[in-house]
Write a protein of this length. Structure first.
Length: 179
């Protein structure tokens, strides 16, 4: 699909860019194409007039759907899509499709989503319990013995490269004389 870019047409190669016709959009466009009069060049014709205020039209469509329009309609739609694409494709590819730089994407478009938090908080799926984890004691009758470091046996394969068997006596930060 060709995207014309009047905003960047003064840059070499910035007049338009090619993007894939994404699978989730294809059925809707094919349906409209099937309804079009044979030989029609454009399948969406209602909003082709350059004087049409697309923001106002989009707000009307959103309200008719029973929803409340959100702020910065087009920027937020673009931001959401860029974030979705960045989950699957390399960022340089996404930026080529969206038509911005990686710096602009990072500063203005890419979002941290609720799903990112859910994924980060989810427990790793391990077949065996990490031997560094101890079962709960029912009653404490004697002082706890210092347990030797069990190493990294039993840690999920994906986490083995991240496992650190020992942390020195001073911890992770260097000792300072002012503390």
């Amino acid at each position: 699909m060709t995207i014309h870019s009047p905003k960047t047409e003064h840059h070499i190669g910035g007049d338009c860019r090619q993007i894939p016709l994404f699978a989730e959009l294809r059925p809707y466009l094919e349906e409209v194409f099937e309804q079009a009069i044979p030989g029609t060049e454009y399948i969406i014709t209602r909003y082709r007039d350059s004087n049409t205020n697309l923001r106002t039209q989009l707000q009307k469509i959103i309200r008719r759907a029973g929803l409340k329009p959100w702020p910065k309609l087009w920027q937020n739609l673009r931001s959401t899509r860029e974030t979705e694409l960045a989950e699957t494709y390399p960022i340089h590819v996404v930026c080529q499709w969206i038509g911005n730089s990686q710096a602009v994407a990072a500063k203005h478009y890419l979002q941290v989503t609720d799903e990112h938090y859910r994924q980060a908080a989810a427990a790793p799926k391990c077949a065996a319990q990490n031997p560094a984890q101890q079962a709960q004691e029912t009653a404490r009758k004697a002082s706890q013995r210092k347990q030797e470091n069990p190493g990294i046996a039993g840690v999920c394969e994906g986490l083995q490269s991240l496992a650190v068997p020992y942390v020195g006596g001073t911890g992770l930060e260097p000792a300072t004389s002012t503390v």
